[in-house]
Design a protein around this ligand. Structure first.
Ligand code: B4P
Length: 192
């Protein structure tokens, strides 16, 4: 199963993808995590990406498509994946389709996690305190939201047009949200 998770910054894509890995046995590909790891390692790409991420802007498409194409070439994604953070604009969405087509594959589901913007500001302020991520600074979060509405929101219609999109309410506990996602994917779920 090839799943694309969509949603505003802080909507819980990374949180849900981490839980879905355990339930679905699929690898999690997070472009945010790949970029932050590259920055931690101090590679040229990572340092360039960090300065862009810290301003709340999008890293250039060419860097992102090279990164994703490389990752989609690994054996562990042959049977599916949970893609979190990519695509973030229409050009990236088209690139992803082209890459998957070259591999003889296609996305099966696009899940849009909907969360109220004020709730997002609160969540990311909480994470800023806990983890100290520079891009969770309130001003930067507001820019990330602006970039999201301008560039990423059109991707929702792109997947709707292809009949792959389902909206999920992202409010409630992380388990509530996971349960909603698993029922869309028709995977049995129970929490004990
Ligand atoms: P990401 O790492 O994708 O960051 P994100 O949007 O903040 O994450 P997410 O929605 O996954 O939120 P999370 O689960 O962590 O990207 C960071 C940056 O990298 C981007 O701004 C961009 O610059 C760059 N980038 C990445 N991909 C790119 C691309 N394709 N093209 C260009 N640039 C790219 O949740 C957030 C917080 O909410 C956490 O603290 C979590 O604990 C909390 N939370 C989650 N679910 C909750 C719930 N149900 N209730 C309460 N709190 C909850």
């Amino acid at each position: 199963m090839r799943i694309v998770l969509l949603g505003a910054p802080g909507s819980g894509k990374g949180t849900q993808a981490t839980l879905m890995v355990e339930r679905l046995g699929l690898p999690h590909i997070s472009t945010g995590a790949l970029l932050r790891n590259a920055a931690k390692r101090g590679t040229d790409l990572g340092l360039k990406a960090k300065s862009i991420i810290d301003k709340g802007e999008l890293v250039p498409d060419e860097i992102m498509s090279d990164m994703i194409e490389e990752r989609l070439g690994h054996d562990d994604v042959a049977n599916g994946f949970i893609l979190d953070g990519y695509p973030r604009n229409l050009d990236q969405a088209k690139s992803l389709d082209d890459m998957l087509e070259r591999l003889g594959q296609a996305a099966d589901h696009a899940i849009q996690i909907d969360v109220d913007p004020e709730q997002i500001i609160k969540r990311l302020a909480g994470r800023a305190k806990q983890e100290g991520r520079a891009d969770d600074d309130e001003e930067v979060v507001r820019n990330r939201m602006r970039v999201y509405h301008e560039k990423t929101a059109p991707v929702i219609d792109y997947y709707a047009g292809r009949g792959l999109l389902t909206h999920v309410l992202g409010d409630g506990t992380v388990e509530d949200v996971l349960e909603r996602i698993l029922s869309i994917l028709k995977v049995s779920h129970s929490f004990s």
